[in-house]
Write a protein that binds this ligand. Structure first.
Ligand code: 13P
Length: 251
């Protein structure tokens, strides 16, 4: 069956020293606890190798927040999937709405990134989600379906089965406005049906679908109690152990 996952997306926060301190503190907090979910920290690129050196990967897994859509070469400022994997990272967030909105990442570009991540044995945490105007127009299902179809549906079933999905309604990210538990369950079930229609029930039932967007200690339990919500992708609340641990322990 599918895994429960709570992943922290640090975004562009924490210098190297602060990042190391946070991860050490997190590691102590999870030590000796029988957690019912996998815990992942997705740090800025620059932290990966150092943080990878201080964490016990049996307890806390490591991920990046992006990777290049090219293998290697003259792409100044880019970081390849192979480089990410060489730090010991096992995951990479791809398709975050901030990357789509501020850095022009299209489904076609994301398709290249996903394939390179998989080729380097990284597990993509692939983000999808609608903006407020799309939700208000009742188009959220069509939006997430198109994102999945265009970026992922040329993968083989074996490759698709390696992917984690994260539904993040853009209107809920960093706004303090969370999707209700019923809204999350409804669209997560739709996403799972969409995957089942393409790859079959076995693949769909084994795909972890995380919720992201103002998830916190107060709402995580109710969100995660839904049958199709398999954990969370956490932004702001992942920046402190005191706010992240209650979410990890919500399972
Ligand atoms: P917040 O938890 O800060 O709303 O961010 C969610 C997110 O974008 C995680 O990727």
């Amino acid at each position: 069956m599918r895994k429960n996952i709570v992943a922290g997306n640090w975004k562009m926060n924490k210098n190297l020293q602060e990042g190391q301190d946070l991860v050490k503190e997190l590691q102590s907090a999870v030590f000796g606890k029988a957690l019912k979910c996998e815990v992942i920290v997705c740090t800025p690129f620059i932290h990966l190798a150092t943080v990878g050196g201080v964490i016990d990967k049996n307890k806390v897994k490591l991920g990046a927040q992006n990777c290049a859509d090219k293998v290697s070469g003259a792409y100044t400022g880019e970081v390849s999937a192979e480089m990410v994997a060489s730090t010991g990272a096992q995951y990479v967030i791809l398709g975050h709405s901030e990357r789509r909105a501020y850095y022009g990442e299209t489904n076609a570009i994301l398709n290249e990134k996903v394939k390179l991540a998989l080729a380097n044995n990284l597990t993509p945490i692939f983000c999808i989600g609608e903006v407020l105007a799309e939700r208000e127009a009742g188009k959220q299902n069509a939006v997430v379906k198109k994102q999945i179809e265009e970026a992922l549906f040329d993968l083989s079933a074996d490759d698709f089965a390696k992917i984690v999905l994260a539904y993040e309604p853009v209107w809920a990210i960093g706004t303090g406005k969370t999707a209700t538990s019923a809204q999350a369950q409804e669209i997560h079930a739709f996403i799972r049906q969409t995957v089942a229609a393409k790859y079959g029930k076995t693949v769909a039932d084994s795909t972890s679908i995380l919720y992201g967007g103002s998830c916190n200690a107060g709402n995580a339990k109710e969100l995660f109690a839904n049958p199709d919500v398999d954990g969370g992708l956490i932004g702001g609340a992942a920046l402190k152990v005191d706010t992240f641990m209650p979410i990890v322990e919500a399972f």
